[in-house]
Design a protein around this ligand. Structure first.
Ligand code: MG
Length: 312
């Protein structure tokens, strides 16, 4: 480590020169918080994340408040941050959510699909194909309105009810979202069971099926300590968009053991050491997560946040 709290830089020529981090802490992180976080604290969190150099900050969700009460303040929150000079996607489950988002000047949305029948049933009470049919008009209308659309795909590497998830099944649903018109597909390891070989196999299969890495993002959870290894495997296969959550906030309400998203600080430490550009100021980001941990009343689970904020 260098004196400035940064790793020594040793590039790997096999890896991309630049990675875009899709920051999910304010949405994926806070939607899994038990207590309600004041709207002003959320807005300040998003402002600080943008100031730390994150170019994409997923802001909130226009899911019905009954399902995600933690993000029921989307209408109040979005106008507080919408003029920030960063991309601010929001989650939209259906056309009603899209109407709410469009009314507020949202420019990017994300829809949420499942690679497995069990999760589609648990999350949306629908089959995988019924859920896709439900999204289709939302995606079409969003594209017509000039919005960028991201498709999240859950349970790509394992499912708490079904166990192993066949690669072909993930490829089928990913292709369906791509053909629907989603600009970007985010492959989620919702319960954190993936390992690097599995990541490589799925990315290769997707490439062979006409979905190149340039169109993909990866969304890893650190349940088994594999999130960074899996990220590195994805980078070697050409992926340049990585989802992460500041301070490691959040898990998954449907997967009890899924303890956390990949922490953005842990990711930035690795990418900084590899000389990969992210635009993120690690010290500013760490300070943001320390501040957010104070608001939530418990320490950040990120190893990098803990190491960099440790006081003798
Ligand atoms: Mg997540």
């Amino acid at each position: 480590m260098t004196a400035a709290g940064l790793p020594m830089v040793v590039p790997d020529p096999a890896l991309p020169a630049r990675v875009r981090i899709h920051e999910v802490g304010a949405r994926d992180g806070l939607q899994n918080e038990k207590g309600a976080v004041p709207t002003e604290v959320k807005a300040e969190f998003i402002r600080r994340l943008a100031a730390a150099g994150l170019s994409t900050v997923e802001a909130t969700s226009f899911v019905h408040p009954r399902w995600v009460p933690q993000l029921a303040d989307a209408e109040d929150l979005f106008p507080m941050v919408r003029d920030l000079p960063v991309r601010l996607p929001v989650l939209v489950p259906n056309e009603r959510g899209l109407d709410r988002a469009l009314a507020l000047g949202v420019r990017e949305i994300a829809v949420f699909a499942s690679a497995t029948e069990s999760f589609a049933k648990a999350n949306l009470n629908r089959t995988v194909d019924e859920a896709l049919a439900l999204f289709a008009p939302t995606v079409t209308r969003a594209i017509e309105a000039g919005l960028k659309v991201r498709g999240y795909l859950s349970m790509c590497f394992g499912d708490p009810w079904e166990g192993a998830v066949p690669v072909e099944q993930v490829v089928r649903v990913t292709r369906a979202l791509a053909e629907m018109g989603c600009d970007e597909l985010s492959l989620g390891d919702t319960i954190g069971v993936a390992t690097p070989g599995h990541v490589g196999e799925l990315l290769q299969a997707l490439d062979g099926a006409g979905v190149p890495a340039s169109r993909l993002a990866v969304h890893f959870h650190d349940t088994y300590g594999q999130a960074l290894s899996n990220t590195l495997a994805a980078l070697r296969h050409g992926v340049t968009t990585v989802d992460a959550s500041a301070g490691g906030l959040g898990g998954c309400p449907y997967a009890k053991s899924a303890t956390g998203n990949l922490a953005t600080e842990d990711l930035v430490w690795m990418l900084d050491g590899l000389g990969i550009e992210t635009g993120v100021d690690l010290a500013a980001l760490t300070a943001t997560s320390v501040w957010m941990a104070e608001q939530l009343g418990r320490p950040s689970p990120s190893r990098t946040v803990r190491a960099l904020s440790h006081k003798e």
